[in-house]
Design a protein around this ligand. Structure first.
Ligand SMILES: [Mg+2]
Length: 380
């Protein structure tokens, strides 16, 4: 992979970093926390000697992967010395150094990888998916998550989704009480039989709660059930998997390839949510999906609270990763942010994300919005 970068002798001459706060249209409750008012993301821009630029986004969540402050510091202070001055064909070596230069901060490393491949693709006039491997799909089914504590507002969203041709929804559960979860799942299944409904607890249950509640949810036959318990509860995940008919997905329990190998060995899941913000980028996300596929487990294209810029990186990864067969959840740019970073609408048609074919990530960001939503920035 990325062997076609070998001809790129151009050096990176500048690295700019922004911490943005981007307003959203509603409150969303998950098993591990709440988002209201705005999401916080980090944007990095790399500039080459010829003046070409490439962008990447880190999308942390303090209760899940980490904080925006940590991502910002990782890029601005700890990774910058390893990046500026490097030639673009030193991608693999540089990413390996960056993985060791600061622990965790997977979102920052994902943002850097995305910006590097966006810039490289623009110079080579190739889409990022072509740098990653063979294209295996050009459209990806979209799943939209329902997480509003006001269920009437989610029903209004469901009506809009059906009008838009979206057929997959993921009901966020485990943030209020079991009766609320059962009521919402039954309501969706009764009134919208055309929808495929998935369940995601986001670690919201204790082990005792999960052993009681998850089998009852399973009786209603959702399409899959994701991460009922805390990420470290591998034994409980394995036990729940043996109790449910619906496939059990791991999300927070699996960040990178090492977790995936352990999850397979301990038989904790029937599938996995792959996210570039967990795996420190597209390359390692592909590796997670491949390890899962070798064990016969399908993968899902998850995300954090992101703008369309991070969604694009996820789209290019899935376009070249055969085993991510369960669709993606890149809906925030379209259905959640008041305004996205991309100039043109994020490409969704009839409930599917369209894979861009233009060079790099394939879409342009509105750089004036970097200033509009900026909390802190560091320009070289
Ligand atoms: Mg999840």
């Amino acid at each position: 992979m990325v062997s076609n970068l070998a001809t790129l002798e151009e050096k990176i001459v500048a690295m700019d970093v922004w911490h943005l706060s981007m307003p959203v249209n509603s409150r969303r409750d998950h098993g591990i926390g709440t988002i209201a008012n705005a999401i916080e993301i980090i944007v990095v821009r790399l500039t080459s000697e010829s003046g070409q630029t490439g962008y990447g986004e880190g999308s942390p969540w303090s209760v899940f992967t980490g904080t925006p402050e940590a991502s910002y510091a990782a890029l601005d202070r700890y990774l910058r010395p390893h990046v500026v001055g490097q030639r673009l064909n030193q991608f693999s070596d540089t990413m390996a150094i960056c993985r060791r230069a600061v622990v965790h901060c997977t979102e920052a490393k994902s943002a850097l990888e995305s910006a590097w491949l966006d810039l490289s693709g623009r110079i080579l006039k190739q889409p990022v998916w072509a740098l990653l491997g063979e294209q295996c799909r050009s459209r990806i089914p979209l799943s939209v998550s329902l997480a509003n504590p006001e269920f009437d507002d989610d029903i209004a969203l469901v009506e809009r989704l059906i009008d838009d041709g979206v057929g997959l929804v993921k009901l966020k559960t485990g943030f209020k009480d079991h009766a609320f979860d059962m009521m919402r799942l039954e309501h969706l299944q009764t009134n919208y039989p055309q929808l495929t409904v998935r369940i995601d607890y986001n670690q919201g249950l204790s082990v005792d709660e999960a052993l009681k509640q998850v089998p009852e949810i399973d009786q209603l036959a959702p399409s899959f059930i994701e991460q009922p318990v805390a990420h470290y509860e591998y034994d409980a995940m394995a036990k729940l998997r043996s109790m449910t008919k619906a496939p059990l997905l791991a999300d927070e329990s699996v960040f990178g390839p090492h977790d995936m190998r352990r999850a397979i060995k301990e038989e904790i899941c029937d599938g996995v949510s792959v996210k570039i913000m967990k795996s420190a980028g597209m390359m390692q996300g592909m590796e997670v999906a491949q390890i899962a596929g070798n064990a016969g487990l399908p993968a899902y294209g998850g995300d954090m609270f992101e703008s369309g810029l991070a969604h694009l990186a996820g789209v290019h990864m899935i376009a070249s990763t055969p085993n991510i067969t369960l669709g993606c959840e890149f809906y925030h740019a379209t259905y959640y942010l008041n305004e996205d970073l991309l100039i043109l609408p994020f490409p969704i048609e009839e409930g599917e994300v369209m894979v861009p074919n233009d060079p790099g990530l394939g879409m342009e960001i509105d750089s004036s919005r970097l200033e509009k939503y900026c909390q802190v920035n560091s320009l070289s």
